[in-house]
Design a protein around this ligand. Structure first.
Ligand code: ADP
Ligand code: UDP
Length: 368
């Protein structure tokens, strides 16, 4: 669709960011018309710059290869040799820029650290620039004239946008290291675990109100994704209906976005991590050690009873799905609970009793 019309603060952001590139004017003119979509976000700006470089480089690559194809095969002039070589290295440059663009689109989604993904992009964009230089160098031995000037001039224009894109990736990489922790604020995070229906949400609401936390129920975030028709909605609904665990890439990405965009910095994360794999991906992408991990403990019959009485119209609150959720809890979540127990972060709470009684058991944890 059409990008939203730019506002002056958004174009200011692009102008300032372009100061760090080697060709600031080209940078600004090629990117400012998209400033509304960039929304002052360095990652989006770098991705956009790569997109612009990709389109210019593809165009150039087609141009050189067309000229190359229209030359007689017995044409052995230095010009034709240079054009053939250029056509080949430009094809490589386009591949490298395309790979970079795809990687930028998957930042934070692959299970690898963003840092690692960005270093790949830096490598590929540098290689693309080198290939473009190689093309120009090939014309060194060609005698000066209009055709040579035309070719070298066109490549130079592509090099400018490629170099700018690399510079914007570099500046983003400088700030993207551990994106959350490098911010001036360093949020406090507590995890709240326990089987289905044990009362995590109920107690989290009270803890959040009394002790000033932002309550993030990952189950609620996922249900919101379903009802907002996000691209992952169908797969999330299918996974939740079966009582299985949604892919870590999805949950961690959601959590990261919510934490990053929140004005507050004390979080109770309810119902996550549900597996050691969840925990690993969390550590790679968000990486903030939880201060406290609460474990609400209760027998399965009681959990089943509470789930079946919940009455919130949830697709997973039925006997069969809840049996599977209990099985998943035991097989995948208990190992996480053991992990935090070994790290001496775990507080096990007896979840049998009235809501008030249970809340009283929690007070000492938050008042010391
Ligand atoms: N201490 C308790 N005793 C009995 N029922 C409870 C208690 N705490 C919560 N419930 C009820 O059990 C159901 C599940 O609680 P909820 O907080 O949604 O659990 P979870 O977030 O762990 O899935 C809800 O209907 C809730 O009202
Ligand atoms: O980090 C999470 C949190 C929730 N879920 C899914 O959401 C469902 C409901 O989770 P929630 O914590 O809302 O409810 P509970 O199981 O505690 O009743 C789970 O069974 C999973 O299918 C998930 O996959 N990953």
């Amino acid at each position: 669709g059409h990008p939203p019309p730019p506002t002056s603060t958004e174009t200011d952001y692009i102008r300032t960011s372009c100061h760090t590139t080697r060709y600031p004017e080209t940078c600004f003119t090629s990117l400012s018309k998209y400033s509304g979509a960039v929304k002052n976000n360095p990652s989006r700006l770098a991705t956009l710059a790569i997109h612009v470089a990709l389109s210019k480089a593809s165009h150039m690559s087609n141009y050189v290869s067309t000229i190359s194809r229209h030359m007689d095969s017995d044409n052995t002039t230095e010009y034709s040799a240079a054009v053939r070589d250029c056509s080949s290295v430009f094809g490589d440059a386009v591949d490298e820029i395309r790979k970079s663009y795809k990687e930028m689109k998957r930042l934070g989604w692959t299970g690898e650290s963003v840092r690692f993904q960005l270093s790949n992009v830096q490598t590929w964009m540098s290689a693309a620039l080198t290939n473009q230089d190689t093309c120009v160098d090939g014309f060194d031995d060609v005698s000066d004239g209009d055709v040579k000037a035309e070719m070298v001039g066109r490549v130079a224009a592509v090099k400018e946008v490629t170099s700018n894109a690399l510079a914007l990736v570099n500046s983003y990489a400088d700030t993207a290291d551990a994106p959350i922790q490098s911010k001036a604020r360093s949020p406090t995070i507590n995890f709240v675990l326990g089987g289905p229906g044990v009362g995590k949400g109920t107690q989290c609401t009270r803890i959040a109100e009394t002790y000033g936390f932002t309550h993030l129920s990952v189950g609620d975030l996922l249900r919101k994704e379903i009802s907002s028709n996000s691209e992952y909605g169908d797969i999330i609904l299918d996974t939740i209906s079966k009582g299985k665990i949604v892919s870590s890439e999805v949950t961690v990405k959601l959590l990261k976005m919510v934490i990053e965009s929140s004005e507050t910095d004390r979080f109770l994360i309810d119902g996550f991590p549900r597996s050691e794999e969840n925990r690993m991906v969390y550590e790679q992408i968000i990486g903030i050690e939880p201060e406290v991990v609460l474990f609400f403990d209760c027998n399965e019959e009681e959990m089943m009873k509470r789930v079946l009485h919940r009455n919130q119209g949830r697709v997973d609150d039925n006997v069969d799905t809840t049996k599977e959720r209990l099985r998943v809890f035991e097989a995948y979540t208990l190992p996480v609970i053991r992990y935090y127990s070994q790290k001496q972060k775990l507080h096990k709470i007896n979840a049998i009793g009235t809501e008030d009684e249970i809340f009283e058991r929690l007070r000492p944890i938050f008042t010391t």
